[in-house]
Structure formats: C-alpha cells, structure tokens
Design a protein around this ligand. Structure first.
Ligand SMILES: Nc1ncnc2c1ncn2[C@@H]1O[C@H](COP(=O)(O)OP(=O)(O)OP(=O)(O)O)[C@@H](O)[C@H]1O
Length: 212
C-alpha cells in the first residue's frame, strides 16, 4: 500500500526502503523523538519529504492532490481539536466537506459504542474529560470511513483499561471493514498484542521490521 524509496525529511527521517501493507495493522514503535509522528505526517501529506519518493498504491504521493488523498487517509493527531457544540456536532464535522450522506443518530450511537463513550449526542462536547474528547475525535475519524487510519498514540489521555478496549475495538473495526490501520505507540506490549507488523524506528531510521 505504501512503499518508501530513499526518503529523507530534514535531518529527522532517513528511510531507505520500507513497505506498509494494505489491510493490516501496523505499529510504529521507538523512543520519544525518534520520528514516528513525522513518518505518519508524511503519509497524508501534512508535510512533504525533501527527497526520494513514497508510493501509495503504486502512485507517487508527490503527484496526488493533498485534499483527495486525505479523503482516503485520515489522521487522528495526539491532541485532536474539539469544537464548541454538542457531541453530535463534533462527530459530524469531519464529514462536512465530504460527499457522503450524513449518518442517522442511530449510526452515531453505534460509533459512540465502538469508542466506548456512553453519552448522549446532545451533550456539550467541551465539558467532556480529555480522554472522552479523544474518543469523540476518534469517532469523528471512523465516520469518515477512511481507507487508511493513522493514529498517533491514541491512548495518551486514556487509562490503560480504556486504552486496551479502544484499540481492540479499532483493530476489530479495521479487520471487519478491510481497512488499514497505522498506529504510533510507545508500548511494545500494545504493538505485539494488536499488530500484524511492527516497524521500529531509531533516530529517524528503520532498525527493525517484523511480522507478528
Ligand atoms: N517541524 C519540525 N521542525 C523541526 N524539528 C521537528 C519538527 N517536527 C518534529 N521535529 C523533531 O523531529 C524529531 C522527531 O519528532 P517526532 O514527533 O516525529 O518524534 P516521535 O517519535 O513521534 O516522538 P514522541 O514519541 O515523543 O511523540 C524530534 O527531535 C522533534 O523535535
């Protein structure tokens, strides 16, 4: 699905050769500052590499329109934005510019169930806790039905038990819907439990690639 050829970004990443497979769960692991988030940001063109090429389904990323690409490849950042308004408003905001039909309230409640948030749609989103806000943002991304979901340490504001439940739900969602999940995590335990592939990054270089 993605293949990297001699990709360099500033003095932060230097990736000679890397493949990320379609319909798999891939975890990016490595120490803080090693370049994991930067790698995710390259994949949906939030930033552009200085040299080399990344191919997405055999097409060079440099030739794909960023907005079109981001209909396919959606990223949930470490600290996603929550806007003033209800949980429902916040769930639907990602679909605003898409041509997809708006989901019914029942579908929205299904998504809330998936992200383990047991709240009413009309509740004020700004009054939620940090972890609950993160789950709303995750629901927003799932509703966009991306081919590729990029998650940057989705669990940072969550306790361990909730983290486990959510990652498990996301992995199941990915498998059942034939999607691709690429997830940054600090936790080797999370990586070995949930991923099909683990990519380890150190000082901007891939030092290990393994199937689990
Ligand atoms: N826009 C930027 N300009 C300059 N340096 C940057 C930029 N973005 C990130 N960096 C630096 O690049 C390195 C890699 O950052 P990155 O956020 O990719 O690491 P990470 O592996 O995701 O870390 P963490 O696990 O702490 O989130 C860090 O040293 C960071 O300070």
């Amino acid at each position: 699905m993605f293949s990297f050829k001699e990709v360099r970004y500033k003095n932060i990443l230097d990736i000679k050769n890397l493949t990320i497979k379609k319909h798999k769960v891939t975890c990016l692991v490595g120490q803080s500052g090693s370049g994991k988030t930067t790698l995710l940001r390259l994949l949906n063109k939030l930033i552009s590499y200085d040299s080399g090429e990344i191919f997405y389904n055999d097409q060079p990323l440099s030739g794909i329109n960023s907005l079109e690409l981001r209909r396919d490849i959606v990223m949930l950042p470490q600290s996603p934005a929550i806007f003033s308004g209800s949980i429902k408003d916040n769930l639907l905001i990602g679909l605003k510019f898409s041509e997809q039909p708006l989901p019914s309230d029942n579908e929205l409640y299904e998504v809330l169930k998936l992200v383990k948030l047991h709240k009413e749609l009309n509740q004020d989103a700004e009054k939620l806790s940090g972890g609950e806000k993160q789950r709303v943002a995750l629901g927003r991304v799932i509703l966009m039905k991306p081919e590729v979901l990029l998650l940057d340490e989705p669990s940072s504001a969550l306790d361990e038990e909730t983290e486990h439940m959510i990652i498990e739900a996301l992995v199941n969602y990915t498998k059942e819907n034939n999607k691709t999940l690429i997830m940054v995590t600090h936790s080797k335990k999370v990586a070995s439990e949930f991923s099909d592939e683990i990519i380890e990054i150190k000082e901007g270089m891939v030092i290990n690639e393994e199937g689990v």
